[in-house]
Design a protein around this ligand. Structure first.
Ligand code: IVH
Length: 708
């Protein structure tokens, strides 16, 4: 066979076939290593194949393929799985860390539902599995699609891979015609250990923990690799259904079990916070012997009608919460403190540590929050760690809670080196030399360099291309850093991304001919960029990276203004703290004065503004899709609630109104359509009367929305 023949013995046809074979193997190895984080061959093997490929090309230059591996350094652009838009969004959970948080959770729900202290309110409690979530869609009893969570709205289509998992039924009998089952894919401790032995024997990198192993195994482009990996699945939730599974959470779980799904045997009903905490302790006591990783206990309101009423905040349900286990701890030495400059100029101290294993993961960096935290003082000057400061050379306690970045908890003064000195926090930006200042009430020191600070510019760009912003395939943090400092084809501001193609066309050499690139990777990138010229308004607003304007805030602004034109005109004409445009902005429920001021200031900052305008000129911004049902009598209306409501709580009233497409504002203005005034309504009712705004009582409101 050609693969066994020495390069100088190959005939031309053999060389052609061999270049094809090597190209395929190397492309696949690259993808496994860079894109899937799961190497399949050893580095030595990879290098040997690559050398053989180069030697053959040197002997037969005419046979060199356009997609030759010698032209491709580094990560190939992520191709692979197709995207799936979830019929019902896949959400994450809010966290509780203490018993008090759990009490608060129960109280919040009681308040929202208008239940007294003594009313019955039952929950389920079950382990929180530390794996990755998967949504399985069955139509007429047949598994037709499996998708990862992705950003919650769109995930990856991993149907073929999911079909190889024994715990997942391929057909179900007696199920609703449309049934989406959601749950967690995970790997047991025993299977994880055995897999790593095999990985090491094959010269591949071992996985850091069972969750990474499960994720790496499910997200294989070749389903046969997934088949060889021992994965399990627990069902615990659902998405779209053509008919309800039950009227309770526990009933629905039983039903899923009867349909053939594995559900967690530690799922129980609890009649209140005390019982939840008892179950939490019970599960925690069994944690080490379960044989798989869990990182907390999930509590869910049992009555599904109540779950429906409670609904969701932007990304988490009100009716469920994850009670996390205590963080894992370890002691190690603090070798240095580096200062990183973020997108909004924040100077963040990062601890460089002697590597230490915390809960199965090697940690060598941790956050130190801000300068007060290092000095040992908390908010409002109250001491933390009893006032002990943290110095380079100290022994420090590191902890990890779930997915979050490791933190430093404490310092051991008995092991402090004699020559350790207090850390001096810089007052100038380490990246651009501009002054770094702290505003009153802000714990964070910020670089004042704005657009001239390269660190801020790069971080802003990384945010811009992030998964929940523009999400451009093949343009991640690594590529942003490369392009930022590239002389030939620089990306300094977001607009530069969209002029890349045009600039490349005028350049010599072309991107495709440069080191690290090839014909295909360059073409893929330019195409991926072009695809994102059409962008949803909310994504664009979020992507701008304006301080205090997060995903939820961007969504509220997009829904309120509808189009880029309306949004841009309103924010440009607003003045902080005065006038109608300002009032209109802060009247959006969920948009406070802080977010509004930050937005208005950004739009009035000439350099920032010019950058935004240049960007938008390159885009086709899609208007916000109003989620309102067209036939709702309050769709598109702005409603204000005031006074006491008697039939439902304020929070529920607001959520219902929004579900019907109304905008709920916090204060009355000329733009208010309806004021719903309960007993005790004061100045808002007077203002509404003065402005001639229609005012109705709670019953009038219920009659209007057809709920009386
Ligand atoms: S319920 C709408 N139950 O935790 C609520 N999630 O932090 C949907 N998870 O994305 C989630 N075990 O991947 C639920 N018993 C459990 C869970 C669980 C693990 C994961 C899930 C979710 C994440 C949220």
């Amino acid at each position: 066979m050609a693969k066994d023949i020495a390069v100088d013995q190959l005939t031309e046809p053999q060389a052609r076939a061999e270049l094809g074979r090597l190209g395929d193997i190397l492309a696949r190895a690259n993808r496994a290593y860079h894109t899937l984080d799961s190497p399949e061959i050893s580095d030595a093997e990879y290098d040997a194949l690559k050398r053989r490929n180069a030697a053959i090309e040197a002997r037969f230059p005419a046979l060199k393929r356009p997609d030759s591996p010698t032209e491709q350094v580094g990560a190939p652009l992520a191709e692979g799985f197709s995207k799936v838009t979830h019929a019902v969004r896949m959400l994450s959970l809010g966290n509780a860390f203490t018993g008090e948080d759990v009490q608060d959770f129960d109280e919040r729900i009681r308040k929202y539902l208008g239940l007294g202290r003594d009313s019955e309110l039952t929950y389920t409690a079950e382990p929180k599995i530390d794996g990755l979530s998967l949504s399985l869609r069955f139509e007429h009893g047949v598994l037709v699609q499996a998708a990862t969570r992705g950003d919650g709205e769109t995930g990856e289509n991993v149907t073929e891979n999911a079909k190889t998992i024994a715990d997942i039924p391929k057909t179900v009998r007696g199920a609703p015609d449309v049934l989406e089952v959601r749950g967690e894919v995970y790997m047991s401790h025993a299977d994880f250990a055995a897999l790593n032995v095999r990985q090491i024997a094959a010269g591949a990198r071992p996985f850091a923990n069972p969750r990474n192993a499960a994720a790496g195994s499910l997200r294989q482009l070749d389903a046969e690799i997934t088949r060889a990996r021992p994965l399990n699945f627990f069902a615990y939730a659902w998405g779209e259904l053509s008919e309800p599974l039950s009227d309770t959470q526990i009933g629905a779980i039983k039903r899923l079990e009867n349909l053939g799904f594995k559900t967690n045997p530690l799922t129980v009903l609890c009649d209140g916070p005390e019982a939840l905490l008892a179950q939490y302790r019970m599960i925690e006591a069994q944690r080490a012997t379960l044989g798989y990783d869990i990182d907390g206990v999930v509590y869910k309101v049992n009555a599904l009608e109540r779950q429906r009423r409670l609904g969701f905040r932007s990304t988490t349900p009100r009716w469920a919460i994850a009670h996390k286990f205590e963080a894992e701890l370890a002691w190690t030495r603090l070798e240095a403190i580096d200062i990183q400059v973020g997108r909004t100029g924040a100077l963040s101290p990062v601890a460089r540590l002697t590597p230490v294993t915390v809960g199965g993961v090697v940690v060598s960096n941790a956050t130190l929050h801000n300068e007060d935290y290092i000095a040992g003082s908390g908010a409002k000057g109250t001491p933390i760690r009893e006032g002990r400061d943290i110095r380079v050379g100290d022994w420090v306690q590191v902890y990890r809670a779930g997915d979050v970045i490791p933190k430093i908890n404490d310092v051991d003064l008995s092991r402090r080196p004699a020559d350790a000195v207090p850390f001096v926090f810089p007052h100038v930006c380490p990246e651009c030399g501009s002054d770094a200042v702290r505003e009153e009430g802000d714990a964070v020191r910020r670089c004042t360099g704005g657009m001239i600070c390269p660190a801020q510019a790069v971080e802003k760009l990384k945010h811009f291309v992030g998964r929940t912003a523009f999400d451009i395939d093949g343009l991640g943090a690594k590529q942003i850093e490369m392009f930022y400092s590239d002389d030939l084809l620089p990306i300094k501001v977001p607009a530069d991304i969209f002029t890349l193609k045009q600039r490349d066309a005028q350049n010599i050499p072309k991107l495709k001919n440069r080191e690290g690139w090839g014909e295909k990777s360059a073409k893929n990138l330019l195409e991926a960029i072009d695809k994102k010229r059409i962008i949803a308004l909310r994504r664009l607003i979020f992507a701008l990276g304006i301080r205090h304007v997060g995903e939820a805030g961007a969504g509220l602004l997009a829904d309120h203004y509808g189009t880029w034109g309306a949004f841009e005109a309103a924010v440009s004409s607003a003045r902080v703290g005065e006038g109608e445009a300002w009032e209109d902005l802060i009247a959006i429920d969920g948009v406070g004065a802080v977010m509004a001021a930050s937005l208005v200031n950004a739009f009035h900052q000439p350099a920032e503004r010019a950058s935004i305008d240049r960007l938008v000129a390159q885009l086709d911004v899609q208007p916000a899709q109003r989620r309102a049902p067209v036939n709702s009598p309050v769709a598109g209306k702005t409603v204000v609630f005031t006074g006491t409501l008697e039939k439902m709580t304020r929070a529920e009233a607001k959520a219902r109104a929004e579900a019907l497409g109304a905008k709920v504002a916090g204060s009355v203005s000329a733009r208010t359509d309806i004021l719903v005034a309960g007993p005790g309504a004061g100045s808002k009712a007077e203002k509404a009367a003065g402005l001639g705004v229609e005012t109705i009582d709670e019953d009038g409101w219920l009659a209007l929305i057809g709920d009386a």
